[in-house]
Structure formats: C-alpha cells, structure tokens
Design a protein around this ligand. Structure first.
Ligand SMILES: [Zn+2]
Length: 237
C-alpha cells in the first residue's frame, strides 16, 4: 500500500508551492546535485522541473540524491535537520501511523594541521563531562551540515574553518531518539583557538595518540577511521 506524507506527493508539493531547491552534497559540499524523483510526475511538475531533476518512474533504483562531483549518493531524509518527525498517514484508511522520532543530527570538525589533529575535552558540569570529542554541534533548520559546522566552530572556539569531505558517522541512543554525528575534515583559517565555550582543554595530538583518550561514544568510529588512515580531503574532485 502506498503511504504518502501529509499533503500529497513530493512532486505535487514542489510544483504547487516552492521552486526546486538543488541543495549541496553532504560529503564534498559540491553543488552539482542530481535529484532522482521516484514516481510519475504530474505534467506541470514534469515540464517545470530543471534539467538536474531525473524522473525515475514508479521503480526507483537507488538513493534520491546524487553528487556529480564526488559520486556520493544519499537519501535527503538522512541528511541535515529533521527535528520534527513528519506525520504519515495510511493512504487507504487515512489513519495516522506511528513514527520514529527523527535522529538528532550533529556535526563534528576534525581540524587537521600536518599530522596533528585538534581535540577537545568536555568541561565539567556538561553532558559527557571530561570525555574527549571533536568540536561541533547541532544542525539548525535550513543549514547544510557544512554551514552548521562553520557556525558551531566559530561560536565554540572563536575561529574560522574550511570544511572538507565527510569522514564518517557515529551514532548513539540518547533516550527517545538516536543521535547521528557526521564528522568532517576541517582546516583552520587564521589563528589558533584560544579556548572553548564548551571545553576545558584543547590539544593538538598526533593521529597515533588519538586512541589513548577517553572519547565520547559517537566520536569513537571517527577516531577509528582516522587511526586506520583516513586521508584528509578538501575541495572539489
Ligand atoms: Zn559530492
């Protein structure tokens, strides 16, 4: 049975209310994004759609977004802010269906300089106090992950960064919902941070020394990826 979000199909919503929004790649930050739309379009939507919208018919073959620059493919609902779960209805009975709360989406910056990486220890009195993490924070509505990271690092550490490619995702259960932490390579633009609003220690450490700290749970898979040799990547392919 087809299950549609409140208000109809994506195509109807788009053609009726808003222009197409192309968005950016959550891995490399590029803007050459293709939209694969599953479903048969209404004629008006079909004719008004830009060339980067590809109508897949009733049987889609993969994720709905694809980056032409780095080849990454993803589902839009798996990226960015999703604080309020969408209400879903059974199209047959119009009964509201229970939904899982959307994950809390946060981003972290793995700030790299040569072979060293900047790590931060959460201050006493905060959640996960005295555990090490990569600086960052929550994605706000209408922000891309990369925009959120630039803003959070500026607020927290008072410095500007350039955001590189996505390294990976750590996950945690935070009670009634999941937390998704997406960590990106980053470089400082200008001065070193003098301190942090959220941390009592900032240190530059060698990659090989990363495992010798007590890490916040969601950061552990990122640490493992870095120690395993993940290569910093910046800019377009
Ligand atoms: Zn990309």
């Amino acid at each position: 049975m087809m299950i549609l979000p409140e208000g109809g199909t994506e195509a109807e919503e788009d053609s009726a209310q808003s222009p197409w929004v192309r968005g950016t790649c959550p891995r490399c930050g590029g803007d050459q994004v293709l939209h694969h739309v599953i479903g048969m379009p209404m004629l008006e939507a079909y004719e008004s759609s830009p060339p980067w919208v590809i109508w897949e018919g009733c049987v889609g073959s993969g994720p709905e977004r694809e980056c032409q620059e780095c080849g990454h493919a993803w589902w839009p609902e798996d990226v960015g802010v999703a604080e309020v779960p969408e209400r879903w209805y059974d199209a047959g009975t119009e009964e509201e269906l229970p939904v899982e709360p959307a994950p809390l989406r946060v981003v972290g910056a793995v700030i790299v300089r040569g072979e060293q990486i900047l790590i931060a220890r959460r201050a006493p009195g905060r959640s996960a106090a005295r555990l090490w993490e990569f600086p960052g924070g929550k994605i706000e509505p209408d922000e891309s992950p990369q925009q959120a990271l630039v803003r959070e690092v500026r607020e927290e550490l008072g410095v500007d960064i350039t955001v590189g490619w996505l390294i990976g995702r750590g996950e945690a259960d935070i009670g009634d919902r999941d937390l998704h932490l997406d960590c990106y390579w980053a470089r400082l633009e200008g001065m070193d941070p003098a301190g942090s609003t959220d941390h009592d220690r900032l240190e530059w450490v060698d990659r090989a020394d990363l495992p010798n700290r007590d890490w916040a749970g969601p950061d552990v898979p990122i640490v493992e990826a870095i120690v395993a040799g993940a290569v910093p990547r910046f800019g377009r392919v």
